[in-house]
Design a protein around this ligand. Sequence first.
Ligand SMILES: C[S@@+](CC[C@H](N)C(=O)[O-])C[C@H]1O[C@@H](n2cnc3c(N)ncnc32)[C@H](O)[C@@H]1O
Length: 388
Amino acid sequence: MDGLSLDEIERLIGAADGRDDDLWKTISGLGVARVARLLVEEIVFRADPANVHRTFDVGLELTGEGIAEPVGYVFRVRPEGQIEFFEGTSATAVHVISYDCADLVRDVFGHARTPRPSRRALRPRFEESHDPSRDRDLLESVLYSQRATTAVLSGIDAAPPDLGELSTRYLSDKWGGLHWFTPHYERHFGGLRHERLRILEIGIGGFEGRSTGGGSLLMWRRYFPRAVVFGMDIFDKSGLDQPRIKTLRGDQNNADWLTGIAREYGPFDIIIDDGSHINEHVLHSFSVLFEHLRTGGTYVIEDMWTSYCPGYGGDDAAVAGPSTSVGLVKKLVDALHHEEHHVAAGVAAEGVASKVAGLHVYRNLAFIDKGINIDGGIPRFIPRRGLV
Ligand SMILES: C[S@@+](CC[C@H](N)C(=O)[O-])C[C@H]1O[C@@H](n2cnc3c(N)ncnc32)[C@H](O)[C@@H]1O
């Protein structure tokens, strides 16, 4: 059975907020079995690690329009904390979670709103015993089994941890040791958590390995439950592809290639440059990709320390020059004020000025907001000299 493509996943996420009949049409069109598998994979990805002393099975049963036989899955919760899954049923499942498939789509991919009454049934399967000497063991078993079920349910209900914790969990370097970026990301992106987003990050990490790195891609996937995340890297990283994450191989300094992928997968809501950090590459990528950022979106540049580092094409001086990432940001401060110049400034000629709507600069990190930056500026009748 083929997994859902990114387009299909986006269609399902879009339908999760729609009317029941439209949602059911989307589920049937995509195939109930494929949708069920995606939901189970997503639940396992999001679930908190379980703290159990032995393996427990937890069942899932999906019913609904056009589903003749309930679709069954088993979550196998291991003492090491991880959860495996397979299609079918388990005679030893400690709970069976029953859902109308459309309701589970809404609970996993819908826009989070105020808490609502439960949309699922939760049926415990207690082991029966008529031997009083086993009562304590059975009670203990019930208590541990709750931990297993709670871990599975956390994959549906739990709010994502904060970015610092996710960065640490998935081994991104955005928090701790080298950088302290995540509170800034949290401030700028926290309000977008439940939006439908397309995110592009340059730089996946993990060196040459096909399946190594990807810490920040996983972090974004977990933090933004309704986003699709594209990661690009000079190395092949296709071993990291999974639902809602797609890797692309190419050079961030190659304008034709960047334009090609942006036309295919953009426009993006968020673009993050955490790639080579070579100043020429950073400026080049920005000059191509800013155009493919949605109006209202944000372009992020990390590791601007390389502006002061000749090994990265930076300047060995306290004041960074125009061909560095800090130089780009300084130029954009002027661009932001393009209407106050009353003549087209250099940056305005590139067409970027009227689209830079905000700049937020932290140490080694810049957020460039894209918007419509045209409001006429300060009128001519306001005196062009100080009044006193
Ligand atoms: C700092 S790591 C990315 C870390 C990752 N974003 C995270 O937070 O977990 C930088 C990545 O940029 C990639 N890279 C280097 N030069 C590149 C280029 N010219 N184009 C695209 N990617 C490049 C490297 O292979 C490396 O994987």
